[in-house]
Design a protein around this ligand. Structure first.
Ligand SMILES: [Fe+2]
Ligand SMILES: [Fe+2]
Length: 215
């Protein structure tokens, strides 16, 4: 059944950009299962929720953010799930995971599976992969500068957090990525986040040393 759902989910990612493509789903799935084992979560629920969590992401990006992919993803996901023999309790939980994985507004992840998915999804934005995604994303929105030297200054202003043309991946780190470790909801998630965070701190330190010709 998981293979069939995977096949269905994959179709939604045709033509996705490199930051939000199927490889993100695969990484989230692996991380979620690894964290889920440690947290004694329902791995069946977690695996399916991981596969379906971003099925509406491409459409949201294509529509320039006219709807929330988590809310719409839950609806679409429910239609897929209804075709399979899954208990109502598990179905409800999978839908809850999809809806709350983004955790905007007040809809918080409440079940352990939703908390694990939330952590796995956020963890993919930090560490080596997270920084790689940030540089790829900055390039894709037309940011022609790798850095501006004004990142710390702009981050302190803290006004418009949306990534705009001309922003750099380093700014994304200053504004968002370095705060992610404090958002984790599970013990296992916190441990991985700490490790990935420390790696980013080292990378950024080294980055500026190289920029200054000191390394
Ligand atoms: Fe998402
Ligand atoms: Fe995601």
């Amino acid at each position: 059944m998981i293979e069939k759902i995977e096949k269905e989910a994959k179709k939604y990612f045709v033509g996705s950009d490199g930051c939000h493509d199927w490889s993100h789903v695969e990484r989230v799935r692996k991380l979620a299962l690894m964290i889920g084992k440690k947290e004694k979560a329902d791995l069946f629920v977690l695996e399916i929720a991981s596969l379906l969590h971003d099925i509406k992401r491409k459409e949201e990006i294509d529509s320039k953010g006219s709807f929330c992919h988590a809310t719409e993803g839950e609806k679409e996901g429910r239609m897929i799930l209804d075709k399979y023999n899954i208990s109502d309790k598990q179905k409800k939980n999978i839908c809850h995971c999809i809806r709350t994985h983004r955790f905007r507004n007040n809809d918080q992840p409440k079940t352990i599976e939703a908390k694990v998915l939330f952590d796995a999804d956020k963890l993919d934005s930090i560490g080596a992969v997270g920084l790689g995604r940030a540089f790829l994303f900055a390039g894709s929105v037309g940011s022609c500068k790798m850095y501006t030297n004004k990142e710390k200054e702009i981050a302190k202003l803290d006004k418009d957090m949306t990534f705009k043309e001309g922003d750099s991946a380093i700014l994304e780190y200053e504004v968002k990525l370095k705060k992610i470790k404090n958002m984790m909801m599970t013990k296992a998630g916190k441990e991985i986040a700490k490790d990935r965070h420390n790696y980013m701190v080292e990378f950024i330190k080294r980055f500026w040393l190289e920029v200054k010709g000191k390394k």
